[in-house]
Design a protein. Structure first.
Length: 254
């Protein structure tokens, strides 16, 4: 097994050192504390500063942890709070709908599944927490594209991957679908990623009304749809669950 990368280990040690002190530290203090050459310490600090993980006081020249670490830490906490708040509601939704429930958040160019409730029957199922779903062809992704401008930016300007004959690959079509999602307050995806599978998703907001994720049900087309359209009762159940999770996160009524 390959050993640790020395430069990364040293960068981690510098960040731990800055996190443990009650004051800013100068270059010499960092180098001495970690038994590093000044040139080595300075190079690592400059790289961390460029990435936003370390900030340098313009007057004293001393270093402290940067805002990027706070942002990453907050993202970690938000995802775990989201999952914790959603547990009961996701279980209730799976029981009421009789289908699989997913909770997803934006991650780069896709949707990261952070919680998965099995369909409440005796069939064999595989846990999908940690897996990725496409943004443009799933109900979870369509919801995030509709409400989170960062998600739309992740798609870029190139044609999108086609998974089935129903997949929307043109950006204009995706934007039209996003507008429809905002108008009605929910999204659906019928055989757009997987043949025979349909899903319905709705937005989850935090106390600042920011989009923090989405919840959806997913199941066979013949159970999720009726006469070519998703069942209104399932749409209502998904939207109710999304509102309940949002309220638990501090969002007002919407």
């Amino acid at each position: 097994m390959p050993g640790p990368i020395q430069s990364l280990s040293r960068a981690a040690a510098i960040m731990r050192l800055l996190a443990g002190g009650e004051r800013r530290l100068g270059l010499s203090e960092v180098a001495t504390a970690l038994d590093l050459a000044k040139g080595t310490a300075h190079g690592i600090l400059r790289t961390l500063q460029q990435e936003g993980f370390v900030e340098q006081d313009p007057e004293s020249g001393k270093y402290q942890l940067g805002a990027e670490l706070l942002r990453l830490g907050q993202s970690y906490l938000d995802v775990h709070e989201l999952r914790a708040r959603a547990l009961v509601w996701a279980d209730d939704l799976a029981r009421a709908a009789g289908e699989t429930v997913y909770l997803g958040v934006l991650h780069q160019r896709g949707v990261l599944i952070v919680h998965h409730v099995f369909r409440p029957d005796d069939t064999r199922q595989v846990l999908e927490v940690g897996s990725m779903q496409p943004l443009h062809s799933t109900a979870l992704g369509k919801v995030l594209l509709a409400y989170d401008p960062v998600a739309r930016g992740e798609l870029g300007e190139e044609p999108l991957e086609s998974y089935t004959s129903r997949t929307l690959t043109g950006l204009a079509d995706v934007d039209t679908e996003a507008a429809l999602t905002r108008e009605r307050g929910w999204a659906d995806a019928v055989e757009e990623t997987w043949e025979g599978v349909a899903s319905i998703g709705a937005l989850i907001q935090d106390r600042r009304r920011n989009p923090v994720g989405a919840v959806c049900i997913s199941g066979p087309v013949e159970r999720v749809c009726e006469d070519g359209f998703v069942r209104p009762s399932l749409v209502a159940s998904v939207r109710s669950a999304a509102r309940a999770i949002s309220r638990d996160l501090g969002a007002g009524r919407f």
